[in-house]
Design a binder for this molecule. Structure first.
Ligand code: CMC
Length: 444
């Protein structure tokens, strides 16, 4: 039972003494304070539930569980709104750069000119990785997934920078943040170069963030490589739309790992691994693989739509649906438009884009998808853009990770700066055997 909010109730997420929720458990009544966010969303603060009522809440997948208060990103899934630190994603994509958005997410405000110059310079200057790290690439399989390279080497960075692992020392955190932002594209590009047997290309610090990614990925020592600035800009826009999405699976993982006071490299490495799965950051790879299957199948789309609807079939429409959005994902709107622009600029005609557009049209008219409010998500068009730029499919989740890094860092930092943070440790309802007697092996 929850008293509805009034407009004047908004109070920066502080506990509202005037509002409470009542719980009836058997004959006893318990009251819990209600917390309201700056955009009006309500949360019942049940921290006293177990100690007062002797019960816990059960919420598989945490779909209705707020794990924290956060001032970083606001998502309104019903209205299709996404804002970083209050700024609409559409504005940031149009006017900002990836490094500026990273600063905004991590430090809470857009940087002034001096702040930007310092941050940008520092991130550019830390782009190299230690030469002996390259040996990892030599011993791992050439076709190994680059997400494994990414997470392993990010974790290994902690062995190179043991003097800057203290999460409570702001200077150590700052240098580690700059190193992570600077080195992730280098680590990623080296994994790609290994996979195609080409020499690794050093970063060029005069280049912008997106430009450098293209340079390290696609330059070869034997030829001049000129970065296409328009394509680099489109890449940065794709990174910006991925930069944060509040308490998603990988970000929650970063926070959870960090809550044990694990260092930032360990926490981010865990985030990369959580992102890898096809239901999260691996979905962009899964979308292209799905579109390729549909293309090579040569048949119509109805067969695939029917399979996606069939509960006995594991096939799902990848790039469709979202835990939070019950509306068109605003990131998909941006990327859909960008995909046309990038393909036009590169003169690429990709039948997969046509299939994607058609699939979207068919699905959005189908009652199954309409009733469940399943719309294209951020992954539906991103892969088409990356593919046109020349990235192989296995690098798509890696690009998601590079984009998401500022968000992971911002949440990790926010968690350490909050006085309310406790180690993440959910409860459970045990439904296994009651106590049993141990039988020695010869009697079983
Ligand atoms: N194709 C077919 N049916 C779907 C799909 C889909 N892509 N997504 C959800 N449904 C159905 C689902 O079967 C369920 O139906 P019913 O109510 O009859 O049982 C209903 O819609 C609700 O789905 P859910 O699985 O309970 O929703 P969820 O919030 O647990 O899962 C999701 C969200 C994103 C994992 C899911 O929509 C999905 O698997 N989508 C495909 C993978 C994908 O594109 N992932 C990228 C997400 S966006 C980027 C990111 O944040 O990582």
């Amino acid at each position: 039972m929850l008293n509805p909010p009034r407009d004047d109730d908004v109070n920066n997420g502080e506990t509202m003494s005037a509002k409470n929720a009542k719980l009836l458990l058997d004959d006893a009544e318990y009251q819990f304070p209600v917390v309201q966010g700056t955009e009006g969303e309500l949360g019942i603060d049940i921290r006293a539930l177990r100690s007062t009522a002797g019960a816990i809440t059960l919420d598989e997948g945490y779909a209705n569980t707020g794990s924290t208060r956060s001032a970083i990103t606001f998502v309104d899934g019903r209205r299709g709104i996404l804002r970083y630190r209050g700024y609409p994603i559409e504005d940031l994509c149009e006017k900002s750069s990836f490094i500026e958005v990273a600063y905004l997410l991590i430090f809470g405000e857009l940087p002034g000119q001096e702040q930007f110059a310092y941050f940008d310079r520092s991130v550019r200057r830390h782009s190299m990785i230690m030469e002996d790290i390259k040996q990892y690439y030599d011993v791992w399989p050439r076709k190994g997934h680059p997400m494994a390279y990414l997470s392993s080497i990010v974790s290994a960075l902690s062995t190179y920078y043991e003097d800057s692992l203290d999460p409570f020392d702001p200077r150590q955190v700052e240098i580690s943040v700059h190193r992570l932002l600077a080195k992730l594209p280098t680590i990623a590009a080296y994994a790609y170069k290994k996979s195609v047997g080409q020499p690794k290309i050093y970063p060029l610090n005069r280049l912008g963030y997106g430009e450098n990614i293209l340079h390290m990925m696609f330059a070869v020592p034997t030829e001049e490589y000129e970065v296409d600035k328009e394509i680099a800009r489109a890449l940065e826009q794709a990174l910006i739309v991925h930069a944060d999405h509040e308490q998603n699976c990988s970000t929650s993982t970063v926070r959870m790992v960090g809550s044990s006071y694990a260092n930032i490299f360990a926490s981010i490495a865990a985030g990369v691994l959580a992102l890898w799965g096809p239901l999260h950051g691996g979905a962009n790879q899964a979308v292209i693989e799905m579109l390729e299957r549909i293309h090579s199948d040569g048949g119509g789309l109805n067969k695939w739509i029917d399979r996606a609807k069939d509960k006995d079939d594991a096939f799902r429409l990848m790039g469709f649906g979202h835990r939070v959005y019950q509306n068109y994902d605003p990131r998909a709107t941006i990327l859909k438009e960008a995909s046309h622009r990038v393909l036009d600029k590169l003169g690429v005609h990709d039948p997969l884009l046509e299939i994607a557009l058609e699939l979207e049209e068919v699905a959005l008219k189908d009652s199954y998808f309409v009733e469940r409010k399943l719309y294209p998500n951020v992954d539906f068009y991103s892969g088409i853009i990356y593919k046109a730029m020349g990235f192989p499919v296995k690098m798509f989740p890696v690009l998601f990770a590079i984009g998401r890094l500022p968000g992971w860092i911002a949440h990790w930092k926010e968690m350490f700066e909050s006085e309310e943070t406790r180690i993440s440790r959910p409860r459970q309802i045990y439904n296994g055997y009651p106590e049993r007697k141990y039988l020695p092996l010869e009697k079983r």
